[in-house]
Structures are given as C-alpha cells and as structure tokens.
Design a protein. Structure first.
Length: 413
C-alpha cells in the first residue's frame, strides 16, 4: 500500500523557488524522522504517472543507498524530477548503468586518463586560470559568474575533448542551458524537455565529429585515447562518446562553475578564513577545497530505484519505488559534520562530504579534475586580486543545481 505524502512539502514549485536556507529548514526537520519520508512528485511540464518518491535526507541514508547498487539501481534513471527514461540515458551515459556494464564503461573512460594526459590537463588548467585572472585585474565591475566561474570548467572540457576554438562558445552555451532549462522555458515558452534535448544533440554531434577525426588521424590528446581505449574487447562507439561528452559538459561544467561562485562568496563573507588560507596555502588548500565542495552542494540530488522490497531505518520501500538522494541535505547533517554543519568553515578537519556522491560505484570520476581546477583558480584569485569586492548573488531557480546566476564583483585597478 502506498503511504500518504509527508506533511512537509519538498515537492512544490514554491518550495524550490524559496531560498536554500528556507529549504534547509524543511530538510532539517525531515532529518529528525525515523527514516526516509514519502513525498509527491516534483513539478513537470509533461504527462507522467509517478506516485512520488522517498526522500533520503540524512548523510547516513544517502551513503547507504549509494553504496548498495544491487539494491538501488540507477538503470531506470537518476533524476528526481519526473522525466522519461530515454533522455535521462542520453544525458547521463554510465550514470544510468549498474555493474557489470557500468564497470566496463567506467574503466574505458579511466583508461584514457593516462599519467601523461593527466599532467597535460593539469598544465592546461593552470595556464587557463592565469589567463582568466589576467582579464580580471583592474576590470572594475563585472559579473563574477560570467567573467570567471563559468570560464575555466568549459575551457577544461574543451581542451580535454579537443573542441576547436570557433566551436567553443556554442558548446558552452549548450552545456549551461542543460541545467538552466527551467528559466529558459519561462523566457521562450518552449518546454524544458525540448530545450534539453536540443542542447544534448548539439553536444553529442560535436563530440562525434571529433571522435571520427581522431580515428582518421590520431593526435596526442584525450579524445584519441578515448577512441583507442579497449577493455575486455569493448570500445566506445560514437553514440557512447557523444553521451560521455554530454555528461562531461554538464557534470564537469556546471558543478565546478557553481562551486567556484559559492566559494568566492563564502570567502568574501568570511575574510578571516581567506587570510587563514593564505597564511599556509600549500598546507591548507586541500581541506579548503573539500569545504568549497561541501558548502556549495552544487548537485542537490540524484535518485535510485529499489530493485526489491526493502527497508531503511523503519521505512518500508517497495520494489520500483524512487529514492531521492538529497546531497544538499546530507551535507548539512549535524550527525556527520557536528554543530557547525550550517557554517562555511574551511578550517573543518572532519569533512566526509557527499559533494561528489555518497560513495559506491558512482562516485564522481572527475573529482580530481574538479579539485585541480579549484586549486589553480583560487591560487590566482586570492594571491593576485586581494582587494576584490563581492556583492549579493542572484540565485538560479532550479530543482537540481544549487546555482548562483549572477554574482556582482568589483576588481579595482
């Protein structure tokens, strides 16, 4: 029998239009419940039949579901909002696979990241970070998001894949539109699913074109490694490489972009932490980056489906039920982070955050690249723009990304 929807509403558009802090008050109350709670489906602008979802809001429950892929499958889709399976698979690649299939494709991608390529990517990231900050020094009033946060992640993706300079701007716009589809819909009256599928096709075609070129004429780059990688007789097809590009452009772009904006805002509001970091950069930046990721919680949620009847701390979950993993809630759970869970604190010495997922087979494959970008960019920002002033953010209204749409900044001459 399907349970009644919980009295705390975390499904309505009004809830997701409220601030992060307002939503967190509701999640904090749900974290006191005996187990996951049952809720109505999130809003969608196309027909669906989902009865609702279980909300895993505690750090403990999110980690439990994440680490039990046999009991909680990704193959039926990973979106919390109702969405047809086909576009989810097209956008998510091996995020919507379970082992052993997932294991093969994860190994294929990992095989392309040779030590030589990792070193090359790191050098490109550091070089691009310097160029970005060169353009900020003395720039005066700018939108930090468009002038800084959004640049390095997509530059990195473009460098890794080998996207031609002339094609980079439309690729960047397509990647950003994937998660801004809700707001774009309001501006264009085109439904969000159509907007997403349009961007998906553009990104897919860009990657396939490069893959075919590398098969004809290999180069010393990551895409050549990707098309040549082979595990147990498996190689990536064009469609799979196109799907990887979509995943890389979305997961590898918007998450790091948003973490950069949140971290810059956090440091501006806590100048004593900025000074603490600069006093021992090499010794402290590693822990600071972990707090950047926890605090931002750029990806707020993913979901799984129960493969059989089960139970989580007294909540009886039926086979086929959707279980939503609210990372944004788990990353504010006092049981995992202590009494300062709701505070930005780069001096935190125990930080089991779930900003890259709750562990298990789907732990973020690109976490090292994301951390490299954050270290490189904040080294340049904090050492070369000490007098930057940060204003009040304009927030992105979104049910998936914890986003800052605009962040006013002033870089004095």
């Amino acid at each position: 029998m399907t349970p009644e929807h919980h009295s705390i509403d975390i499904s309505s558009q009004a809830f997701w239009d409220s601030t992060f802090d307002e939503r967190e008050r509701s999640f904090a109350r749900l974290r006191t419940e005996a187990g996951p709670t049952w809720h109505a489906p999130l809003p969608a602008d196309f027909p669906y039949t989902e009865p609702g979802f279980w909300a895993a809001t505690t750090h403990q429950d999110i980690v439990y579901v994440s680490k039990n892929s046999e009991l909680f499958t990704s193959a039926e889709g990973v979106a919390v909002s109702p969405m047809p399976k086909e576009p989810q698979v097209a956008m998510s690649f091996f995020l919507t696979m379970d082992p052993p299939e997932h294991t093969i494709f994860r190994k294929l991608i990992a095989a392309a990241f040779t030590p030589r390529q990792v070193k090359r990517i790191q050098h490109q990231i550091e070089q691009t970070a310097r160029v970005i900050v060169d353009g900020l020094i003395g720039a005066g009033d700018v939108d930090f998001v468009s002038a800084c946060s959004s640049l390095l992640p997509m530059h990195t993706v473009s460098d890794m894949i080998g996207i031609d300079q002339k094609d980079r701007e439309p690729v960047r716009r397509a990647a950003e539109a994937l998660f801004g589809a809700g707001e774009e819909k309001m501006a264009t009256d085109v439904d969000s699913l159509t907007i997403m599928l349009t961007q998906v096709e553009l990104l897919r075609n860009a990657a396939i074109e490069i893959a075919e070129a590398r098969r004809r004429k290999p180069e010393d780059d990551l895409m050549t490694n990707i098309v040549q990688a082979e595990i147990d007789g498996h190689r990536l097809t064009n469609d799979q490489i196109g799907a990887f590009m979509i995943l890389l452009s979305s997961a590898g772009n918007d998450t790091t972009k948003q973490t950069t904006s949140h971290a810059m805002l956090g440091l501006a509001r806590n100048p004593e932490q900025r000074e603490w970091l600069l006093a021992d950069w090499d010794g402290r930046i590693g822990g600071a980056v972990e707090e950047f990721v926890r605090w931002a919680s750029a990806v707020m949620s993913f979901s799984r489906r129960a493969t059989r009847d089960t139970e989580i701390r007294g909540s009886r979950i039926n086979a086929g039920d959707k279980v939503a993993l609210f990372y944004c809630s788990g990353n504010r759970d006092a049981s995992a982070f202590g009494g300062t869970a709701d505070v930005f604190d780069i001096t935190r010495n125990h930080n089991p955050h779930i900003g890259f997922g709750g562990g298990g087979v789907h732990y973020c494959l690109g976490s090292h690249v994301a951390k490299t970008q954050l270290r490189a960019l904040f080294r340049e920002l904090l050492t070369r723009t000490p007098k930057v002033e940060i204003g009040e953010p304009v927030w992105l209204k979104n049910t998936f990304v914890h986003g800052i749409k605009h962040l006013p900044a002033h870089f004095p001459a």
